[in-house]
Design a protein around this ligand. Structure first.
Ligand code: KMH
Ligand code: ZN
Length: 272
């Protein structure tokens, strides 16, 4: 079996809480436990949104540090810290100082469901440059075709480095809808040499679109950030979602990438 697939587990997200799905981790210990479980199930990357000890979304530096430290002590999974969410970008951006191997970078302001996801251009440039200085690889979350063009503009300006690492996010209200047609259109616009994964938001979209992405040679993400229910009325959990995606990959004759393979495939900078 050739062409390994990088599987990312997005275990919590910025919005839902344990009241919505009790399988969402809240404390550092819970993050560490789920990290080990998804790692053993085949994920090589964990995408994390910082939470305080009460399990609420937070941009607190110390809370993020505690979560990262607990995960790093539990298993070798690569950590990707989110700079997304609905706090001002100045606050979210501080988290990159913790030097995770990767951090998300949302490069455009947009409507996001009933709220506004604020990512002002000058601040985005600052965060991108700082990530480059620290050796933190930017995971570029793109929600529509224009965001890919904007990433190329930032590359031209020298605040991003190749290979660009795109996450094609489909299914956010305010971004492109979760359809195979939109996915194909977005993939066709990814520049040669860039790396990409599929993020499908919502129960049906998640399985359908990540499967198409894997079949087309891309990487894929799943987890409770992207869907809370595995099927109608049935709450999901992170490990089951990762196992399901690993089974899809294997059925398509691709093996989940190991941590070492992922470091090479994503060309992650050496730890500084
Ligand atoms: N839930 C994602 C689609 C990020 O992690 O940087 C949006 C998000 C971005 O939270
Ligand atoms: Zn996220």
């Amino acid at each position: 079996m050739g062409n390994p697939v990088v599987i990312t587990a997005a275990v919590d997200g910025p919005v839902a809480t344990q009241a919505d799905n009790s399988n969402i981790p809240a404390t550092p210990e819970e993050f560490a436990k789920v990290a080990k479980e998804v790692y053993e199930a085949g994920a090589s990357v964990i995408h994390i949104h910082t939470r305080n000890k009460q399990g609420q979304s937070s941009a607190d530096y110390d809370c993020a540090k505690d979560i990262l430290d607990a995960i790093h002590a539990s298993c070798p999974i690569l950590t990707q810290l989110s700079t997304g969410g609905f706090f001002p970008l100045e606050e979210r951006a501080r988290l990159v100082e913790l030097k995770p191997r990767m951090a998300s970078l949302n490069i455009c302001t947009m409507t996001f469901g009933s709220t506004v996801f604020q990512n002002p251009p000058d601040m985005v440039r600052k965060v991108a440059s700082r990530m480059m200085e620290l050796g933190v690889k930017a995971e570029l979350e793109v929600y529509d075709t224009g965001h890919i063009d904007y990433a190329l503009q930032l590359l031209k300006e020298g605040v991003l480095v190749e290979p660009l690492q795109f996450s094609i996010v489909l299914g956010v209200q305010g971004g492109a809808a979760a359809t195979p047609e939109n996915l194909l259109s977005m993939i066709s616009r990814i520049p040669k040499g860039a790396i990409w994964q599929v993020i499908g938001v919502g129960s049906r979209a998640n399985l359908q679109l990540t499967s198409i992405g894997i079949a087309m040679g891309g990487n894929a993400r799943t987890g409770l950030e992207d869907l809370l229910y595995i099927s109608k009325g049935v709450l999901a959990d992170n490990v089951t979602l990762v196992k399901r995606l690993v089974n899809v990959a294997k059925a398509l004759e691709r093996e989940p990438a190991t941590v070492e393979q992922t470091e090479q495939m994503l060309q992650l900078p050496k730890i500084k």
